[in-house]
Design a protein around this ligand. Structure first.
Ligand code: HGY
Ligand code: MN
Ligand code: MN
Ligand code: MN
Length: 396
């Protein structure tokens, strides 16, 4: 494992799920933030937290036109060691190398860690970058609740962030001249190409929807089977409907990875089940059509058990095409580097609507991500740092 990843390898391990659970402003995330500060200070960088809880480490005076690189330190529940941290560790490594060689940057440089990239605590992925760019309304963000019923506003206060100042941050955004996010690949593109590093070309359109299935709560022992309106059974049919509707559309991806059963007792027929749908497709229109097809199938499916369903959009990101100028520059500087699209969402994708943004991917030999099986060979991580260093040299 890369030296920097080694330093945080013990932080946020999840003994029950395997892998890591590192969620916004909770124990492991706070420890990682402390690590970030200490790591940055070892390089003489100046650390600051912005209005939305994103962490910055500056090499040189903070100012407009900065070359900014980084990723995130939070994880999905039971996630891998590389998704997020690889980009942060690589940024520090690349800057350390530039400093060691006596390189003097001609513009400000910063390492940036976005808050709540996975949306694992408050449900909205890329929350820190959406807040910064004004992509989510601050009132709506403040009212988001975590699984324990704590609002984002309350959690912010506990973390020392003023909830009244959450929201579009023109000053922070105005400092980003361009953003580069290095990330472990979440797919098999580089395995198939037999290459260690690629440049991102695009991100699929994607979003999250809440399916609320409503039935009739009742006693598990006193209620005979005929006539039950059990939303768990309806939700099971709904999950199958999601899988079947999306499997019929080439290139579509749709997943239900999280359910909340209300009230959730072994001897209780549930009254409501919330199921979260993650749906993605190549184009915006294709993704909208996918969700429409899923909605129709799910409505029909839950009706078979006398239940009803409502579908609410919780987040949306249209297809991202990364900055052509940066892609050309990366192609030139990293001679012969392949370009790959991705189905995974990233803060770089959210930022791309506001500032020139680009991504580097490092091969993942398992092809598996959002799982403890996610991996990257040390040699490939070094190839990623080499690429990032080359790009920083040419852009600075
Ligand atoms: O869910 C995603 O695509 C990303 O990894 N946050
Ligand atoms: Mn992820
Ligand atoms: Mn990530
Ligand atoms: Mn009883």
């Amino acid at each position: 494992m890369l030296a920097g990843l080694d330093e945080i390898a013990g932080t946020g391990r999840d003994a029950r799920r395997g892998g890591y659970s590192r969620h916004l402003w909770q124990g492991a995330d706070l420890e990682l933030r402390a690590w970030f500060t200490e790591r940055a200070e070892r390089l003489g960088l100046m650390v600051a937290t912005d209005r939305n809880g994103n962490l910055w480490a500056w090499w040189g005076e903070p100012g407009p036109g900065a070359v900014v690189t980084g990723s995130h330190l939070d994880s999905v529940p039971g996630g891998g060691a590389y998704d997020g941290p690889l980009g942060v560790v690589s940024a520090f490594e690349a800057i350390g190398r530039l400093q060691a060689s006596g390189f003097v940057p001609s513009r400000p440089v910063a390492v940036l860690v976005f808050a709540e990239e996975e949306g694992s605590r408050f449900g909205i992925a890329c929350l820190g970058s959406r807040l910064m760019t004004g992509g989510i309304d601050a009132d709506r963000a403040r009212a988001l609740v975590d699984p324990d019923g704590v609002t984002l506003a309350e959690a912010a206060v506990r973390a020392g962030v003023d909830p009244e100042r959450l929201g579009a941050d023109r000053e922070a955004l105005g400092r980003i001249g361009l953003f580069i996010e290095l990330h472990v690949e979440q797919g098999r593109g580089l395995i198939d190409l037999g290459r260690p590093v690629a440049v991102a070309s695009s991100i699929l359109a994607h979003g999250r929807w809440r399916l609320t299935v409503t039935g009739q709560g009742n006693h598990a022992g006193a209620t005979l089977m005929p006539g039950r309106r059990d939303p768990m059974v309806a939700a099971a049919r709904a999950v199958v409907a999601v899988h079947e509707a999306s499997s019929a559309i080439p290139g579509a991806r749709a997943t239900v990875g999280r359910l909340e059963v209300v009230p959730g007792g072994t001897n209780v027929i549930a009254s409501t089940v919330h199921a979260w749908l993650d749906a993605r497709c190549e184009t915006d229109a294709g993704t909208r059509a996918l969700v429409a097809a899923i909605t129709a199938r799910v409505e029909e499916a839950v009706g078979l058990n006398g239940c009803s369903v409502s579908v609410t959009e919780e987040s949306w990101t249209g297809t991202v095409t990364f900055d052509h100028g940066l892609r050309e520059c990366f192609g030139r500087e990293l001679g012969g580097v392949p370009f790959l699209p991705t189905g995974a969402g990233h803060d770089a994708g959210v930022l791309a609507a506001s500032v020139p943004s680009a991504m580097l991917f490092v091969r993942n030999p398992t092809g598996i991500s959002h799982s403890p099986e996610e991996f990257a060979e040390a040699d490939d991580c070094v190839a990623g740092i080499d690429a990032l260093e080359t790009l920083l040299r040419s852009l600075l």
